[in-house]
Design a protein around this ligand. Structure first.
Ligand code: TYC
Length: 143
């Protein structure tokens, strides 16, 4: 097999390893920007080359706040239950956030990468609707 073909295959295998490791990590929203830093056949057409791959550059995903909005009808206990069930707060934390929403109009239930924030907000809205409450949950880019 020609040397350049071997080099391309090795490079592909390295990248696939990196991708596989990230898929296995379960972290959904990391942006992977691998930098190819190989010596290539263009640099040294006939030499016996080792393949060197730079470590991947990782960027933190943009974060979004999941925000609860106040209304006049949703019972306070229901909001506290939501904060405990969907945002893993204890009773004191949940009560504090509920009161912030009640007195200030809105409050942050949690901060997550976009996909997770959207999922949480949808879950909260669907659950509130299923129980007959008008509670509104939305996401906002974290400032
Ligand atoms: N204002 C509501 C009441 O007085 C309570 C409430 C709190 C509603 C937070 C929504 O996101 C909310 N029953």
């Amino acid at each position: 097999m020609a040397l350049d073909v071997v080099i391309r295959m090795k490079r592909k295998i390295c990248l696939n390893d990196v991708r596989a490791a990230f898929q296995q990590s379960g972290y959904v929203d990391w942006h992977l920007t691998p930098i190819m830093h190989d010596s290539t056949e263009d640099d040294h057409p006939d030499s016996d080359l080792a393949v060197k791959t730079a470590p991947p550059e990782l960027k933190r995903p943009p974060l979004y706040a999941v925000v609860l909005l106040n209304d006049d009808y949703t019972p306070m206990d229901f909001v506290i239950e939501i904060l405990q069930e969907f945002f893993a707060m204890n009773l004191d934390q949940a009560t504090q956030v509920m009161l912030t929403v009640h007195y200030e109009g809105k409050g942050v239930a949690g901060v997550y990468p976009r996909d997770i924030a959207e999922t949480k907000a949808n879950q909260v809205n669907n659950y509130a609707r299923s129980q007959g409450h008008p509670l509104l949950c939305q996401i906002e880019p974290k400032s």
